[in-house]
Design a protein around this ligand. Structure first.
Ligand code: NAD
Length: 311
């Protein structure tokens, strides 16, 4: 039932995810608007298609891994989009792993629920959809160790789990449509705030005469310990193999972080909730992007905000 997988969006993340599906034995067909990205797959004998609509014609399940909401809406509803066949749909399952706002996920889910299947396939009487954004970044995508946060019907989640686990190490069911996206943007808002908090504390420590490496040792066995202190330290020279040790290159760009904070703030406004620290973090990341660090890893906030300008 899940044999033929269409994959759309072969960027930093999606290219690795699609290749892991191929390695797991799925029959994968791919599409990207970027011809160069598609050529790499074609050269390896993996079938490519020129539009989402063509992908949908040969797939049982379609996975999208696109930059943001507008791209996802385009791929679903655009003139050659997944849902523009003009009749019943062939894929019975749609999985969007892009980081988008929960409302976009819910809108697409509502659209899908109005569609019909071409034939009765697998577990579903009607086409199903999951929002399944990921955490883990490019190295985890490559190693097949992503974590999926999944929103949608629980039975659909259970049916999709083996497929997700061929690209990741963990799946977490978050509830109905849009809840995976909600979980993802909350996670990233907390990550941004903790990165800025840790960076500020390291900078204060340095100004008070404590070395960042000493303070890191203390944080990591004390109550300030967090991912930004023990796994992704923002101070150059404290940890090896993280973006701060290579001039903040590679990793998760400040531009994507600003996008995710934007989604979180827009979602908060949508439900009349205020996030003062989230909006402060958004301002910081917007400023950082304007100042030319948009393609640097988001941990460059340490150098940029607290230890002088980024180069
Ligand atoms: P990316 O920009 O590297 O890749 C996106 C791909 O989508 C590109 O190849 C682009 O050509 C393609 N694309 C854009 N519009 C298209 C369209 N209309 N039709 C077909 N293809 C189209 O982005 P990425 O880093 O792979 O991230 C993808 C998503 O995953 C984003 O939402 C991002 O926030 C999220 N994410 C990224 C990371 C990370 O570390 N990079 C980690 C977790 C989540």
């Amino acid at each position: 039932h899940l044999e033929n997988v269409g994959f759309i969006g072969l960027g930093n993340m999606g290219s690795h995810m699609a290749r892991n599906l191929v390695m797991a034995g799925y029959k994968v067909t791919v599409h990207d608007i970027n011809e160069n990205s598609m050529k790499k797959f074609a050269d390896d004998g993996i079938p490519t298609k020129q539009s989402p609509l063509e992908i949908s014609e040969t797939s049982d399940v379609v996975i999208t891994m696109l930059p943001s909401s507008s791209h996802v809406l385009d791929v679903y509803n655009g003139s050659n989009g997944l849902l523009r066949g003009g009749g019943p749909l062939r894929p019975w399952l749609y999985i969007d792993s892009s980081t988008v706002d929960p409302q976009t996920s819910r809108n697409i889910s509502t659209t899908i629920s109005r569609c019909h299947l071409k034939e009765k396939r697998g577990y579903a009487e009607k086409p199903m959809i999951l929002d399944a954004p990921v955490s883990g970044g490019v190295p985890a995508a490559e190693a097949g160790k992503l974590t999926f946060m999944v929103g949608g019907l629980e039975e659909t989640y259970i049916a999709a789990k083996p497929l997700l686990l061929s690209m990741g190490k963990k799946t977490i069911y978050c509830g109905g449509a849009g809840n995976g996206s909600a979980a993802k943007i909350c996670n990233n808002m907390a990550m941004a705030i903790s990165m800025l908090g840790v960076s500020e504390a390291f900078a204060l420590g340095q100004n008070l005469g404590i070395k960042a490496s000493t303070l890191t040792d203390i944080f990591n066995c004390s109550s300030a310990r967090c991912w930004s202190s023990d796994t992704y330290n923002p101070v150059p020279g404290v940890m090896e193999g993280v973006p701060s040790s290579r001039n903040y290159n590679g990793g998760f760009t400040s531009k994507l972080m600003a996008k995710d904070l934007d989604l979180a703030m827009a979602s908060a406004t949508g439900v009349g909730f205020k996030c003062p620290m989230g909006s402060e973090a958004l301002e910081t990341y917007r400023k950082l992007c304007e100042d030319g660090s948009e393609l640097k890893d988001f941990s460059c906030a340490f150098r940029h905000c607290y230890a002088g300008k980024d180069e």
